[in-house]
Write a protein that binds this ligand. Structure first.
Ligand code: PLP
Length: 274
C-alpha cells in the first residue's frame, strides 16, 4: 500500500485508515469497490471505472457523497502525492454501521493506491489453466466486496496448478473469479453477457473486436474452442490454454488472442502518450 490514502473525507496517512468492526462491509460482506490502474501517471479509462463505481453504489442503495468530478479530483491528488507512475487504485465504499447490523448504514469511502504486479511474461506467452466450478455469482453486475467463494476455492485451484476458475451453471459459462472470458471458434469471437460483471477491459476488447458475438456460451463450446482468453484490469488479456486437464485448441496461444493482446497494448500506449 502507498503512503497516502483518502479516508474520513480527507487525504491521510494510509496506515491510519480505520473501519468500524461492526461495519456491515465486514460482518455481512456488504460493500462495493472498484479498481483501476495508472499507466505513466494516467488513470486508464477512469471515466468508465467511476461510472461503474457510482452505479454500484446506487444499485446497492449506498450513499456516495462525492460525484464523478470530485472523485476524479481526489484520485489525481492521490496519484501525485503517492508518485503513482504505474500502480493500482482501489475505491471502497463500506456498507456502514447499522443499528440492526443488517440494513445498510452510512458507509465510509476509502481510496487507496497500491503496487500492481501483472502475471509473468511466461503466462502471457504460454497461456494458463483454469479450473472449472459450478457456480454463478449473485447480483453479478454490481462490484460488491463479496468474494468469499473464490477466496475459499483458490486453495483448490492453486493446488491443481490453475491460475483461476471458470464459473459455469446448467452448462452455461459466465466469468472467472475476477475476469471476463472470451471464446474463439473458427475465427468467431464470443463472450457471455449474463451473470457477469461488465468489465472495463471486456468493453475495450469489444471495441477492438466489434464483430464479437455477445451471447450465451456453453461450457462445451469453451472446451471445444480453438482459443480462449480472460480479461481484467490486473491481467489485461491473458490466454487460456487449458481447462481442468483438457487442452484448449492446440494448447498454444492462438493468433486472434495474440493480435488482440498487441492491439490492447497499442490502445493503452495511444491513450497514455497521446
Ligand atoms: C467478477 C469479476 N468479473 C470481471 C472482472 C473484470 O473487470 P475489469 O476488466 O473491469 O477489471 C472483475 C474485476 O475485478 C471481476 O471481479
Amino acid at each position: 500500500m502507498k503512503p497516502f490514502c483518502f479516508a474520513k473525507n480527507q487525504i491521510i496517512d494510509a496506515q491510519s485508515a480505520k473501519v468500524h468492526p461492526m461495519d456491515i462491509g465486514l460482518i455481512r460482506g456488504y460493500g462495493i469497490f472498484d479498481f483501476f490502474r495508472t499507466s505513466n501517471y494516467t488513470p486508464l479509462f477512469l471515466s468508465d471505472y467511476l461510472d461503474r463505481f457510482i452505479r454500484s453504489a446506487s444499485k446497492t442503495h449506498l450513499q456516495l457523497n462525492y460525484d464523478k468530478s470530485a472523485l476524479s479530483d481526489i484520485i489525481h491528488q492521490l496519484i501525485e502525492k503517492n508518485d503513482l507512475k504505474n500502480g493500482g487504485i482501489r475505491m471502497l465504499l463500506t456498507g456502514g454501521v447499522s443499528e440492526n447490523h443488517f440494513s445498510p448504514g452510512a458507509g465510509d469511502l476509502f481510496i487507496f493506491c497500491e503496487d500492481l504486479i501483472f502475471p509473468s511474461l511466461e503466462k502471457y506467452e504460454n497461456g494458463v489453466k483454469l479450473l472449472s466450478a459450478e457456480h454463478v455469482r449473485a447480483i453479478a453486475d454490481i462490484k460488491t466486496t463479496n468474494y468469499a467463494f473464490p477466496v475459499w476455492l483458490s486453495a483448490d485451484w492453486k493446488a491443481k496448478g490453475a491460475e483461476d476458475v471458470i464459473y459455469h451453471q446448467n452448462g452455461i459459462i459466465s466469468e472467472s473469479s475476477r475476469s471476463n472470458i472470451f471464446v474463439i471458434k473458427d475465427g468467431a469471437i464470443n463472450t457471455p453477457d449474463e451473470h457477469i460483471l461488465h468489465g472495463i477491459t471486456r468493453m475495450r476488447v469489444l471495441e477492438l473486436a466489434p464483430e464479437t458475438s455477445i451471447r450465451q456460451v456453453s461450457f462445451e463450446e469453451l472446451l471445444k474452442a480453438d482459443e480462449a482468453f480472460i480479461t481484467s484490469t490486473t491481467k489485461k488479456i491473458l490466454p487460456i490454454t487449458s481447462i481442468d486437464n483438457q487442452k484448449i485448441g492446440s494448447g498454444l496461444v492462438g493468433p486472434i488472442t495474440k493480435q488482440l493482446m498487441t492491439d490492447f497494448e497499442a490502445m493503452e500506449k495511444q491513450i497514455v502518450f497521446k
